[in-house]
Ligand binder design. Structure first.
Ligand code: GLN
Length: 190
């Protein structure tokens, strides 16, 4: 399995470090030519969703990635990556790539609680450390979407058949169980 890590902006290096810890081959996606048919699955890192959205268009990556998502490529989005994959964003006019039937709220924890760490149950894994950095949460989910974790009664991770989204950053901790969960999930589709 070859994992693509979108490396236009934001925290892609942390995802790469986690993949290295598990000895999983990856390629950094910076331009259209990097995103060829040999990329089986994609990770969209944290960062600034507005900036990543713009860069996806500027590099010509937006449409090829969107097409592969629609054709069932497994994708994991963390934080800004979640926003890019949400079918709706309650406090933005437009969604980005889309792919998972949920409504995300950007910068949902406000200034006071902009960044924080906690530990909560992740369905099927157990208690995992969760680092939130100006994170979104998931306001509502549609059919075919399963919530996987909560914080303060808000959904903070969810999945459909092929897509996993987390509002927090498992890649910022030493704990690779969420990455391993995604890779196991992805294996079924490639
Ligand atoms: N606040 C950022 C956004 O709206 C997300 C922050 C992050 O990815 N850590 O895109």
């Amino acid at each position: 399995m070859k994992v693509g890590v979108l490396a236009l902006q934001g925290g892609f290096a942390e995802h790469i470090a986690a993949l290295n810890r598990l000895n999983v081959p990856y390629v950094e996606i910076r331009k259209k030519a990097d995103f060829d048919d040999t990329v089986d699955v994609l990770i969209l890192p944290g960062g600034e969703s507005t900036v990543i959205g713009k860069l996806l268009h500027q590099t010509g990556l937006f449409l090829p990635i969107q097409e592969r998502i629609q054709n069932g490529m497994p994708v994991w989005g963390t934080c800004a990556g979640l926003i890019l994959l949400a079918n709706r964003i309650s406090n933005e006019k437009h969604a980005y790539l889309k792919g998972i039937d949920l409504t995300a709220c950007r910068n949902a924890y406000g200034r006071q609680l902009g960044s924080f760490e906690t530990q909560e149950e992740f369905r099927g894994i157990g208690i995992v450390p969760m680092t939130f950095i100006r994170a979104p949460y998931i306001e509502s989910i549609g059919e075919g979407v399963t919530p996987l974790s909560f914080f303060d009664r808000k959904i903070t991770a969810a999945e459909n058949d092929t897509i996993l989204v987390t509002a927090y950053h498992p890649e910022l901790t030493d704990d690779t169980r969420v990455l391993e969960y995604f890779l196991r999930k992805a294996e079924k589709f490639i």
